[in-house]
Design a protein around this ligand. Structure first.
Ligand SMILES: [Zn+2]
Ligand SMILES: [Zn+2]
Length: 109
């Protein structure tokens, strides 16, 4: 099950994301893209237009301020013949996005 935590993206971070990644549109609120987890930080993809193999993420924990982080892509692909890639970042907690139900997390969201 996908983590149910949402976070409003502060306007200054929207602006910063635009400057950093030339991202056109940042949603006003984003949902954590990890599968359900206990504790730890939440992460939502803001833009994958960064330098090759990296992406811009919004990172937050329960109470603290949200922040922008640039993280390298998770390079673990599914062991199936089509080798579907994972949409998350290196060292993420819990499951890869190709594990479990496909509709839970989309690379394009
Ligand atoms: Zn989460
Ligand atoms: Zn992964």
């Amino acid at each position: 099950m996908r983590c149910a935590h949402w976070r409003r993206v502060p306007l200054d971070l929207v602006r910063e994301a635009r400057e950093k990644s030339a991202v056109d549109h940042v949603d006003g609120a984003v949902q954590c893209q990890l599968s359900a987890h206990e504790g730890g930080d939440h992460f939502s993809l803001l833009s994958d237009t960064g330098p090759y193999g990296t992406a811009l993420w919004l990172c937050w924990s329960g109470t603290s301020e949200a922040g922008l982080v640039v993280l390298p892509d998770c390079s673990v692909a599914a062991p199936s013949p089509d080798g579907e890639g994972c949409c998350l970042f290196v060292g993420h907690a819990k499951r890869h996005t190709w594990e479990g139900a496909r509709e839970e997390v989309s690379c394009t969201s």
